[in-house]
Design a protein around this ligand. Structure first.
Ligand SMILES: C[S@@+](CC[C@H](N)C(=O)[O-])C[C@H]1O[C@@H](n2cnc3c(N)ncnc32)[C@H](O)[C@@H]1O
Length: 276
């Protein structure tokens, strides 16, 4: 399925890019392809965000400036050795912008690892001066000796700067065990981000739990929707609440993408079913 582009505003060239920011230059020197893709794909991300959140390129430029000047962005840029596991700089920027534009009180994510996505979200909450992030995750599992050196016994969220941790609540365990009671306690939630186990069953389970807890206008974001079964679970969930899914590109070779949707009305358990 092709990436859906917003076909109205903004002109993709208007998306602001501080490509001369020292962190971006240093990232691009280490990952030239990543740097190039950031530049060439950010317009699509901007177009989707403008469409979904009724934002203007000027709004996004301001947010981009704020993110690039933040401790969270610096921590993310320094952690790029972990690039293959985590959301990348463009994905981080998209998460940051979604959380700035929707000003969430409660964000829930699954899958923490080093904490790149958590850092982007927590930086947005700090800059909004409101909201908290609840992260549900199993510990990192190192499967190869190279991984073991890189991951070792490190704590979940090891790149999250200390000053961003005040609004962070980590819930250890699998989403299967933790999510139902956590969502019972927190609902309504404003943003849900999936980046844990990408099996169809798990993505469908998480969305089946999260969507009835989303407030009207809340956002659902799913990483790696280019995996066919992740995409199927995400688009089934969007069908269930009759919202249009958007697919936004990330840095690595096509078609790596994130799925983003906003609920358009209050949803409740009786109108949401995960199709089999
Ligand atoms: C792709 S990494 C997350 C990357 C992270 N979002 C970031 O941007 O840095 C996946 C994480 O999900 C955890 N995980 C795997 N299966 C899980 C499950 N069923 N429930 C909760 N966490 C899970 C893994 O231990 C790992 O820490």
């Amino acid at each position: 399925m092709p990436i859906e582009h917003a076909n109205s505003i903004p002109d993709q060239n208007t998306f602001p890019l501080k490509i001369w920011a020292p962190e971006f230059v240093s990232f691009s020197l280490r990952h030239p392809l990543g740097g190039w893709r950031y530049i060439t794909r950010s317009g699509v991300v901007a177009a989707v965000l403008c469409e979904l959140f009724k934002a203007t390129p000027k709004d996004l430029k301001k947010l981009e400036d704020e993110f690039i000047g933040s401790v969270g962005y610096a921590a993310i840029m320094q952690s790029m050795s972990d690039l293959l596991r985590s959301v990348d700089p463009l994905g981080s920027m998209a998460l940051y912008m979604v959380c700035r534009l929707s000003k969430p009180a409660v964000v829930v994510e699954t899958g923490v690892a080093s904490g790149v996505s958590s850092t982007a979200i927590l930086q947005a909450l700090k800059d909004n001066d409101s909201g908290e992030l609840h992260s549900v995750s199993l510990p990192e599992q190192a499967s190869t000796s190279v991984d073991k050196d890189a991951v070792g016994e490190r704590e979940l969220g090891w790149i999250i700067p200390t000053q961003l941790k005040e609004k962070w609540r980590l819930h250890r365990g699998s989403s299967l065990e933790v999510l139902p009671s956590l969502l019972d306690e927190l609902r309504p939630i404003d943003v849900f981000f999936h980046d844990s186990d990408h099996s169809f069953e798990n993505v469908a389970f998480e969305l089946k739990e999260a969507i009835p807890s989303l407030r009207s206008g809340g956002a659902i974001i799913v990483d790696d929707v280019n995996f066919p079964y992740v995409r199927r679970a995400f688009s089934n969930a969007c069908n269930g609440i009759q919202v249009k899914p958007w697919y936004i590109p990330r840095l690595f070779p096509p078609p790596e993408e994130m799925g983003l949707a906003r609920s358009i009305r209050v949803v409740s358990k009786d109108i949401f079913e995960v199709p089999s």
